[in-house]
Write a protein that binds this ligand. Structure first.
Ligand SMILES: [Zn+2]
Length: 351
């Protein structure tokens, strides 16, 4: 799984690749989000990027700053989920075929088939449907805990990072959780444990305190036309304000956006990022992305894209990332958007 195949998460992906590139990878991490958010695919792509021998870095203006190459031996094995240092633990139970002693180990093939069929966006109910056990719920059990200990004690086969992905880790029972806790307390070199969790309230607090938490937001895949039109309008009036930088009207605008709530604010920021990218592609390369640059304002349509240039696009993108991060962390939205407005105003003037 490469990052480019995951829709609607570029903001998070860019911060993940930055962390890996800087070498600050913590040995136990938790991807926290609904299964539909693509949290499992993200964890797999993250592990693949970590192991890739030829990480690709893209120029300014690209949606993604970096990705795995997709072609080196590690990437090829990851693509088929057949890498010897990639291990999966997941909820399981008896099925018509596996009538006793179920375990993740014994369902590896089914799990790979399931993930490949679903583009690696694992949704819990789909997994049970794949096993033909719609009415049952799986569990991560004692036998799985033993596998975790055994696998983690082995040396890496391929010389890179050994990765253990525990999907829906909240399905661990208490004794499995306690065993995992022990493992987390004694990290081994070049070993990465990735917990993919939907409901963190079901996790032991002692485990939560030992993992780095990565919040996976709901995917912003394609805004509906109505929302897009509303955001476009908001964007146009914002940009107009920034040219004149009239404090009174700007603070009115900031009041308005502060009132719409965090999720819409994040959507608007993502819309802003997409729009900047579309403007940049138009100015720098003459590429026009259909549907992206359609403001309900002829003058603005004609003049605005030229404000985003090779000189300011990266800094603008970074400023939006910083704001998204701040909003995600419950920062005061008025301050966050005011700060972003000042940064944008300066960057547009110095285009
Ligand atoms: Zn690679």
């Amino acid at each position: 799984m490469q990052f480019k195949d995951i829709e609607g998460q570029h903001v998070l992906i860019n911060s993940l690749t930055e962390i890996i590139d800087s070498g600050r990878v913590s040995h136990a991490q938790m991807f926290l989000g609904t299964t539909a958010s693509g949290s499992l695919a993200l964890a797999i792509a993250y592990a693949q990027y970590l192991n890739c021998e030829n990480r690709q870095h893209y120029g300014e203006g690209s949606l993604l700053r970096a990705d795995s190459c997709g072609e080196c031996p590690h990437c090829r094995k990851y693509r088929q989920l057949m890498h010897s240092d990639l291990h999966f633990i997941f909820p399981n139970t008896t099925t018509a075929k596996m009538t006793k002693e179920p375990s993740s180990d014994r369902f590896q093939e089914e799990f790979r088939d399931f993930l490949n069929a679903k583009n690696q966006v694992g949704v819990e109910d789909d997994w049970y449907a794949h096993l033909g056990i719609e009415k049952k719920q799986g569990e991560i059990r004692e036998r799985d805990a033993d596998s975790i200990t055994r696998i983690l004690s082995l040396k890496s086969y391929e010389g890179g990072y050994k990765v253990m992905i525990i999907w829906l880790a909240e399905r661990m029972n208490l004794s499995v959780s306690n065993k995992l806790l022990k493992t987390l307390e004694e990290p081994t070199d070049n070993t990465l444990i990735l917990l993919v969790v939907e409901n963190k309230d079901r996790m032991l607090p002692t485990i939560l305190s030992r993992v780095q938490q990565i919040v996976v937001p709901e995917r912003n895949v394609g805004l509906n036309p109505e929302k897009r039109a509303a955001y476009a309008q908001m964007f146009v009036s914002w940009m107009r304000l920034l040219f004149k930088l009239n404090m009174q009207t700007l603070s009115d605008w900031v009041e308005k956006i502060a009132a719409i709530g965090r999720e819409p604010q994040k959507c608007f920021l993502q819309y802003t990022q997409e729009t900047l990218r579309a403007c940049f592609l138009k100015t720098a390369a003459g590429i026009v992305i259909e549907d992206e640059l359609q403001f309900d304002d002829e003058k603005f349509n004609a003049a605005f894209p030229a404000m985003v240039t090779p000189r300011n696009v990266e800094a603008m993108n970074q400023a939006v990332n910083d704001t998204l991060y701040a909003i995600e962390r419950n920062a005061n939205p008025k301050i966050a958007f005011m700060q972003l407005s000042f940064t944008f105003s300066k960057l547009i003037k110095n285009r």
